[in-house]
Write a protein that binds this ligand. Structure first.
Ligand SMILES: *Cc1c(COP(=O)(O)O)cnc(C)c1O
Length: 375
């Protein structure tokens, strides 16, 4: 059996090695390392894939979120509503800008922000909602957009784990997650569904004015070279990463299919098990399975993790400490938030290896070991 990994980017690379190597050498020969045609082409292709009017590339997903909050003019004292059950970057950038994160609980099944909890947390200082499409499952965007509209709030989607997810509204309209809110943000961190060979990120919007602001802020606040209108930052996707991503983008749908197939396999293997709850898949979205995350009932989740490690099977707890309980947020009153579902899930979730290169032998071995643990 091939060795087990949470994610196998090497095997994935070897299948497209010729194209990727050629593209990277092309960038080296062009000596156009920053900006230029390769980066612009990738941004155009990504905008087409996403059916988004504008794509602004940047250095990573964390920067994408920060630039989004800056472009919307969020400032110290403002509040943003976000889940606590997420990767820290979503909320860290708010804190960095002096914006107060208002943590809201998640839905027990989708792992995403619970819209019914959002409205209770809105105050006169609330400026934006930041839903996270966690593990690749879409947040309830229809409900979130309607709340945002009613209260005149911005929506910034954290689509770092959800790229490629097709969301269907009740009227049948389909949109990619990340192009539903006012701004969408994504990451090309190597293990993400569209992963670079280093860092990268992108910002999506359909708004022409916002697009200009986002571009300016990502580039030292300049609209024209050496004329700096606002305080910005320096956040660029380099040409080598863009060249690689442009090739991988052509395979993204196929990568998503492979992840969904792997998820189907696990689902079947665990079906009906009284202690294993397999991932929920809302009908209104096409789960892209950035992670395959189980909820373990009436058993010691950490003991399962250790048992798997002993058998050479990697697993991960995403995330062992929810954002509101991180020391970082002590100063923001993090631990004062009551988030029972978040706490409940934090003690019960476990993510199994899922990626594009899993084979049946590997998955059988993993599923058998999980089931064996409960015997
Ligand atoms: C990966 C990730 C980010 C940050 O992306 P980086 O490129 O690592 O900065 C933000 N939010 C979520 C939910 C993520 O998974």
């Amino acid at each position: 059996m091939r060795p087990l990994q949470m994610v196998d980017t090497k095997t994935q690379y070897l299948k497209i090695k010729d194209k990727v190597d050629k593209a990277v050498i092309g960038v080296m020969e062009s000596a156009q390392f920053i900006g230029g045609k390769v980066v612009n082409d990738f941004a155009d292709h990504l905008a087409q894939y996403h059916e988004s009017k504008h794509v602004i590339t940047c250095a990573n997903g964390t920067d994408a979120l920060q630039i989004a909050m800056m472009a919307l003019g969020l400032k110290p004292g403002d509040e943003v509503i976000t889940p606590s059950f997420t990767y820290i970057a979503t909320v860290e950038v708010a804190a960095l800008l002096g914006i107060k994160p208002i943590f809201v609980d998640v839905d027990k099944h989708s792992f995403c922000i619970d819209p019914t909890e959002i409205e209770k947390s809105i105050t006169p200082n609330t400026k934006a909602i930041v839903p996270v499409h966690l593990y690749g499952h879409a947040s309830d965007m229809e409900a979130i957009m309607s709340i945002a509209q009613r209260h005149n709030l911005f929506v910034i989607e954290d689509n770092a784990q959800g790229i490629g997810n097709d969301y269907t509204f009740s009227n049948g309209v389909k949109k990619k997650t990340g192009s539903i809110g006012h701004i969408g943000c994504t990451s090309f961190y190597p293990s993400k569904n569209l992963g670079a060979f280093g860092d990268g990120g992108a910002i999506f919007t359909d708004d022409d004015v916002l697009a200009e602001k986002l571009k300016m802020i990502a580039s030292h606040g300049q609209s024209k070279r050496y004329y700096h209108d606002v305080v910005g930052c320096n956040s660029r996707l380099d040409a080598m990463q863009a060249a690689i991503l442009d090739i991988k983008l052509q395979h993204l749908d196929e990568y998503i299919d492979a992840r969904r197939k792997a998820a189907d396999f696990y689902d079947k293997a665990f079906a009906g098990h009284p202690k294993i709850e397999t991932p929920f898949r809302g009908e209104n979205n096409n789960h892209v399975f950035h992670q395959y995350t189980l909820i373990i009932h009436d058993a010691n989740r950490n003991a399962l993790s250790e048992y798997l490690t002993e058998k050479g099977i990697p697993s991960m707890i995403y995330y062992p400490v929810p954002a509101h309980r991180q020391k970082m947020f002590d100063a923001f009153g993090g631990s004062e938030f009551q988030l029972p579902v978040t706490d409940w899930l934090t003690e019960r979730v476990i993510s199994l290896p899922i990626h594009t290169e899993l084979d049946e032998e590997q998955q059988t071995f993993i599923a058998d070991a999980v089931i064996e643990f409960f015997k």
